[in-house]
Design a protein around this ligand. Structure first.
Ligand SMILES: Cc1cc2nc3c(=O)[nH]c(=O)nc-3n(C[C@H](O)[C@H](O)[C@H](O)COP(=O)(O)OP(=O)(O)OC[C@H]3O[C@@H](n4cnc5c(N)ncnc54)[C@H](O)[C@@H]3O)c2cc1C
Length: 382
């Protein structure tokens, strides 16, 4: 059992904490929640690239530090404490490009991976459609080979930060008869004719977008791997990122706890700080305990992934995602409760944290889908 970070991991945590506090927080505070800014998004991702954090997505031979699930979790935990936008930009870069490492051709790796490591690229992962979310095999977007191009038609939804991105990893069916084996993955450069982006209105800032594909022509070399590799690329990617969603929510929960703790010491009712009431102390103690339990699940799942213990990773990654996203929702809700009326006022940090926590129980596999996965793994043996 490992109960401590290694010296290297501890160093990584200190570095990302410092960067987040000194540079990323002021940058993300500069954008209003509903406002998108590609300029600020680029600045954030470049800062993360310059300091080596994007390199955690890239093998060393392409200029990265080598893929590290524990490292990615550490970065996401710290980013999400202060900036949902920075966390989403960082996560989507990995989601959009990990498939290139998994199955990409040599030329795709040489073109994109050094840019990923440097933070010289904004990405978006586009799998979901209006009629297919949890049921990925039901996607309808069609990619037909025609001479020297693929022609794509269909509609994708919930593509996070697509409107700010340079590159989308987009999934479409090349052979609808084959179900999940007929899904392929494509790299689509932003601005490609026939791919129209529009922003969706969300309860918390992603931002999320739809991508309408209308006779969108892509060169043959935009296919990642072979036709039919899309399912493995999508789930190979999600296998790495599932525990990291938990890490982001760990950061959200920790931030909510710290806000509530401070507020409880300052807010006076009946002549005393509310933090002196045992009912409030118990809430804070339960919140801290749940956070700590989640931390072990997340870092255990990430560690198993890095060790290549794949058969156990699936179960633990789903447990980590399920438990931590549900925990973050409960903790953020209690933090709002401790703030009383001020907790539901727009602009107050805990109100924003509560909305962010709500979203994470849905994306990258809903809580119900995680439970199905865990149960399926139980059937394979304890
Ligand atoms: C903020 C946000 C960001 C997102 N970002 C991205 C992104 O970047 N890229 C992307 O491709 N997608 C993204 N998504 C989409 C997300 O992955 C889907 O919303 C999610 O997978 C659920 O799909 P759905 O919304 O179609 O719900 P459905 O699949 O229609 O599910 C509806 C409800 O039924 C339940 N359900 C479905 N099947 C079962 C079952 N077999 N057993 C029990 N219950 C079931 C679900 O758990 C859910 O409660 C994002 C979503 C959100 C909210």
């Amino acid at each position: 059992m490992r109960f401590e970070f290694t010296e290297e991991e501890e160093m990584l945590r200190n570095q990302i904490r410092r960067l987040t506090r000194e540079k990323i927080a002021p940058l993300s505070n500069a954008v209003a929640e509903e406002e998108e800014s590609r300029e600020i998004a680029l600045q954030i991702i470049r800062l993360l690239g310059d300091r080596g954090f994007c390199g955690l997505y890239v093998p060393q031979e392409f200029g990265g530090a080598g893929i590290s699930s524990v490292g990615i979790c550490i970065v996401r935990e710290e980013l999400s404490k202060v900036s949902h936008l920075a966390d989403v930009l960082y996560a989507e870069l990995g989601l959009a490009t990990y498939g290139i490492t998994l199955k990409g051709r040599g030329e795709q790796k040489r073109t994109y991976l050094p840019r990923v490591a440097k933070g010289d690229l904004l990405g978006s992962f586009s799998l979901t459609e209006p009629d297919a979310g949890s049921d990925v095999a039901a996607i309808q977007t069609r990619a037909k080979k025609n001479g020297d191009s693929y022609i794509l038609n269909g509609e994708k939804t919930f593509a996070s930060v697509a409107g700010l991105a340079d590159l989308y990893l987009l999934f479409a069916k090349t052979d609808p008869e084959k179900g999940r084996k007929g899904i392929s993955a494509f790299l689509v450069e932003a601005g490609t004719k026939g791919a129209e982006i529009s922003e969706m209105g969300m309860m918390a800032g992603g931002p999320e977008y739809t991508i309408r594909l209308d006779d969108c022509h892509l060169p043959l070399n935009s296919l990642v791997g072979e036709e039919g590799d899309g399912w493995d690329i999508a789930f190979g990617t999600l296998d790495v990122f599932r525990a990291t969603v938990g890490a982001a929510m760990l950061g959200v929960a920790q931030a909510a706890l710290e806000e509530a703790f401070d507020y409880a010491r300052k807010r006076v009712a009946f002549g005393r700080p509310i933090g002196s009431f045992q009912a409030i102390q118990f809430k804070l103690a339960d919140m801290a305990t749940e956070i700590e339990a989640s931390r072990w699940l997340i870092y255990r799942a990430a560690h198993l992934k890095d060790e290549g213990k794949l058969s156990r990773t699936i179960k633990y990654a789903s447990m980590a995602k399920l438990f931590t996203t549900e925990m973050a929702w409960r903790v953020a809700d209690e933090a709002v409760q401790i703030h009383g009326g001020s907790g539901v006022t727009k602009g107050v940090k805990v109100e924003r944290l509560l909305r962010e926590a709500r979203l994470a129980r849905i994306y990258e596999g809903t809580s119900e889908i995680q439970r199905l996965t865990i149960y399926r793994e139980l059937e394979r043996g304890f």
